[in-house]
Design a protein around this ligand. Structure first.
Ligand code: RNT
Ligand code: ZN
Length: 414
């Protein structure tokens, strides 16, 4: 065994932390990795430019343009990411036959068969997202909350179609599918009526969820958001709406940490949601000033989010997914760096002497709590992380590998 690991193991053991247990736990944590980092959220169905109040910026070469390219890039990224992965797809990644044109309201499981084959060959589950953006049927930035019944119905049918596809994923892979609903709907300026759009959203969700589906196989989650680009004043799917709706319908709330006011933190929200929900879901991202979807770093908030999951023994109750899209750097590297940082944050959380820290809090020994917490920041986490990578057969340094792939594959793309 690596001597640095042996030394580090001793240092952690001295403060009552079992590194073997941490390594064992981490290898079984599934991260649902978003497919949309590979092509800047373009998808394959309508090839419309990105809309819905979200934006990718940058034009780094090598974006995936076809299902084959995206699959190859996912393979490359996944070969450099340790641990268990799940593939997170959007409905816009449907793969049609040549010349086939299918509306989003009519998509079927067969349009995702290639993804199922891909996932099965790699022993992975698939999570899913209806795509309520980048499409001509989004009218005036509205979908499920539209006052236009034709528009609203179109998107209700899309939601139902996605539920059926989600169940198909679960049946085919044998792994439950998390289906996340997020709509961009909102207004740039102060609305005259805040209630009616939300009432229509509620009605639409009720209609989507009225079709029978197996709740053991499909977990429906609902993602809130405080604003979007061009939708600054009002979003229909606010935090209060989504939490209340999830509670009313018994579905799972999803928090994206780019979707709150800048001084609000998701790390502080997790415990409250855990007390009232069997399961919760997260989109781990990094907002810089706004919901900018930067690559996840090993920063304080990511660590704090991980701590809140691990310290409350909630790893099996939290669906952890990544959600960011950076088009200004190598996209494979964006994937690998961000997902590894989520895992590294989880490892850091697992290497904390939680019982002792909680005891210090309960006994109001806050001076000692601060000193020990600060000490932990320079504990030899890196050595345990490298041991994890070694056991998972992935190397610590991935940049050379990625640059080689950039030269030999990405740069040849148009
Ligand atoms: C948008 C939401 C949503 C999307 C993806 C592409 O602000 O975070 O989750 O990023 O569905
Ligand atoms: Zn999100």
């Amino acid at each position: 065994m690596n001597t640095r690991y042996t030394e580090a193991k001793k240092i952690y053991a001295d403060i009552g932390v079992d590194t073997e247990k941490a390594l064992d736990t981490l290898k079984d944590v599934t991260i649902s990795v978003h497919c949309w980092q590979g092509d800047d959220v373009t998808g394959f169905d309508s090839r419309e430019s990105l809309s819905g109040g979200i934006q990718t910026t940058g034009n780094y070469p090598g974006k995936a343009n076809t299902p084959e390219e995206l699959m190859a890039d996912i393979d490359k990224a996944f070969s450099l990411i340790p641990g268990k992965k799940k593939l997170n797809l959007h409905a816009s990644y449907a793969i049609f036959e040549k010349g086939e044109a299918v509306g989003r309201d009519k998509i079927e499981p067969k349009h995702f068969k290639k993804w199922v084959d891909f996932a099965k060959e790699r022993n992975m589950g698939i999570d899913f997202n209806p795509t309520f953006f980048s499409h001509p049927m989004v009218k005036d930035n509205l979908t499920l909350s539209s006052p236009d019944e034709e528009v609203r119905n179109y998107w209700v049918e899309h939601g139902k179609a996605c539920l059926r596809i989600s169940e198909y994923f679960a049946n085919e892979t044998g792994i439950p599918c998390v289906m996340n609903i997020w709509i961009p709907d909102g207004y740039k300026d102060i609305p005259a009526d805040r209630l009616s759009p939300r009432a229509r959203f509620k009605k639409s969700l009720d209609e989507i969820l009225s079709i029978p589906y197996d709740k053991e196989k499909v977990y429906v989650t609902l993602e809130s958001k405080v604003f979007g680009i061009g939708l600054e004043s009002y979003t229909v799917g606010s935090a209060e709406f989504c939490l209340s709706y999830s509670d009313y319908k018994g579905i799972t709330p999803l928090m994206d940490n780019g979707h709150y006011h800048p001084t609000e933190v998701v790390s502080d929200k997790i415990s409250s949601l855990l007390l009232f929900n069997e399961k919760i879901a997260l989109h781990v991202t990094r907002g810089v000033r706004w919901d900018s979807d930067h690559v996840v770093l090993f920063d304080d908030e990511t660590k704090e989010i991980a701590k809140e999951i691990v310290a409350h023994d909630a790893l099996d109750r939290v669906f952890i997914a990544t959600d960011y899209f950076d088009a200004s750097i190598n996209r494979i590297s964006a994937w690998v760096t961000g997902v590894r940082n989520v895992q590294k944050a989880l490892l850091a959380a697992m290497l904390r002497p939680d019982a002792l820290l909680k005891k210090l809090q309960d006994e109001s020994r806050t001076t000692e709590l601060m000193v020990l917490s600060e000490d932990l920041k320079t504990a030899p986490l890196g050595d345990i992380w490298e041991e994890f990578l070694a056991r998972e057969n992935v190397s610590k340094n991935y940049i050379a590998d990625i640059l080689e792939y950039e030269e030999s594959v990405l740069k040849n793309r148009i």
